[in-house]
Design a protein around this ligand. Structure first.
Ligand code: NDP
Length: 451
């Protein structure tokens, strides 16, 4: 993908990293799109080049890599690779999830960490950005195997994290079970009961509404986007990909607000329910997913629905598309299908599910597009609220946290919208989110000197 990077300083930094990290395609896509869209504001901030802000902005402050030895239930040893990318702490302690998935390596974690810096800045909470994880694949592993893996992972990670240093959370492949095992091991090694991880269970420092936060937050964000064009969810159909945490709670809130989800998916294919996925049907999705069953379980229970093995849902006709599974879900040809089918709005629940060329196609064809760093920031925002509750030794009610989440998503939306109007094109949420997130971090980096 060619980026049109108009500012000379942004272009120079892009030329340098595109050679240095030529093997890190995901990181380069994330960085390229940011350097392209922040150009207008970098034009107005000569202090950035004087202080080498961009050269520092594209390099993680620290990368920790380690081995994770563990034994399976037969006593056979295995060794995975563990990582923590501590990207930027200009505005707060590093904060960002841990992903356990075979694709995990430096490229994926650097792109996620880079995006996280801007996302956390947008939430207005004092959080820097980081990301970590392992190439461990939890599919088909027993609870005891997952526990031994998590304990081994934290036996190294614990020395690099802490409530005022770096506070990891879950991500793909890391849910409540894994966070609990990691929290237990951290406590055992350090003899400290502190808020070092978020997404914890409710009986040991977790926040109400954290489970729902990313999916609900996505829908609150889309509600603001629709309001800008004088519309709401009533009667609108939506294609949703994924059937995990983000997809489930996006579908739940969408249904509550009068919309109709038509699809869900996983790595085996997608299901289409033309009658619409209702709250009752969604309860069954949560049940089969918790039992580690695949998405075709849906059609066994609701035979009017159809299962499309090995396919993605982007050919289904609907009003809205919400990719909520993983990166690289929507390529140019998928975007062309969506536009041909009359899709009006795409908002990312996952991180970077849309390829840069597909985003460009949406924008050129009048589709309103919201990037994940703005639209899926609800999860990390409530993680930030979990940190506040842990520090205060208090728990807020579900309603209190949900109201704060809604307010934060509205603020992120308005900030991205107004920033786009000021520096780029009205309605360009990609530019708006990148510029708004960047300026706050860049100002803090200038103020703190060359560190
Ligand atoms: P889950 O692990 O709960 O669910 C992931 C979903 O994506 C599953 O349906 C999974 O299917 C599917 N999936 C994974 N890999 C692929 C693939 N290669 N092709 C097709 N489908 C795939 O993760 P989350 O819902 O937590 O996260 C989803 C996305 O949202 C990720 O990009 C994550 O970074 C992002 N995100 C999550 C946040 C959170 O709070 N959870 C916060 C912000 C962003 P299967 O089970 O078959 O692998």
């Amino acid at each position: 993908m060619e980026y049109t990077i108009k500012n000379a300083y942004c272009k120079r930094v892009w030329d340098e990293i595109s050679v240095r990290y030529a093997d890190q395609g995901h990181f380069l896509q994330a960085a390229g799109l940011v350097l392209e869209t922040i150009s207008p504001v970098v034009d107005k901030m000569p202090e950035l080049e004087k202080n080498a802000v961009l050269e520092r902005f594209v390099e993680p402050e620290r990368i920790i890599m380690f081995r994770v030895p563990w034994t399976d239930d037969q006593g056979k040893p295995h060794v995975n690779r563990g990582f923590r990318v501590q990207f930027n702490s200009a505005i707060g302690p590093y904060k960002g999830g841990l992903r356990f998935s075979p694709e995990v390596g430096l490229d994926v974690l650097k792109f996620l960490g880079f995006e996280q810096v801007l996302k956390n800045s947008l939430t207005t909470l004092p959080m820097g950005g980081g990301k970590g994880g392992s190439d461990f694949d939890a599919h088909g592993k027993s609870d005891a195997e997952v526990m031994r893996f998590c304990q081994s992972f934290v036996t190294e990670l614990y020395r690099h994290i802490g409530p005022d240093t770096d506070v990891p959370a879950g991500d793909k492949g890391v849910g409540g079970r894994e966070v609990a095992y990691m929290f237990g091991q951290y406590k055992r090694i350090t003899n400290q009961y502190v808020g070092v991880l978020t997404g914890k269970g409710l009986s040991f420092g977790g926040s109400l509404a954290r489970t729902e936060a990313t999916g609900y937050g996505l829908i609150y964000f889309v509600e603001c986007m629709l309001a800008k064009i004088g519309q709401d969810f009533k009667g609108k159909t939506a294609i949703i990909s994924g059937d995990g945490n983000v997809a489930q709670y996006a579908a739940e809130k969408l249904i509550q607000l009068g919309g109709k989800p038509l699809t869900l998916s996983d790595s085996t294919g997608y299901i289409l329910d033309e009658e619409g996925i209702t709250a009752e049907k969604l309860a069954y999705v949560k049940e089969f997913r918790a039992n580690h069953e695949k998405v075709d379980a849906y059609v066994k229970k609701f035979p009017k629905a159809k299962f499309f093995k090995g396919e993605k849902p982007w050919g289904v006709k609907a009003d809205l598309a919400l990719p909520c599974a993983t990166q690289d879900e929507i390529y140019l040809e998928d975007a062309q299908k969506l536009v041909a089918n009359g899709i009006k709005l795409v908002a990312e629940g996952a991180n970077m599910p849309t390829r840069a060329e597909a985003i460009e196609y949406f924008q050129k064809n009048g589709v309103i597009f919201a990037p994940g760093k703005a639209a899926n920031a609800g999860g990390v925002a409530v993680s930030g609220l979990e940190m506040s509750q842990n520090s205060e030794r208090l728990s807020w009610s579900f309603e209190e946290v949900d109201a704060k989440l809604k307010q934060i998503m509205t603020n992120i939306h308005d900030n991205a919208y107004e920033t786009a109007k000021k520096y780029a094109t009205e309605g360009d949420y990609v530019a708006g989110a990148n510029i708004a997130g960047f300026v706050k971090v860049a100002n803090a980096m200038v103020a703190q000197g060359l560190v």
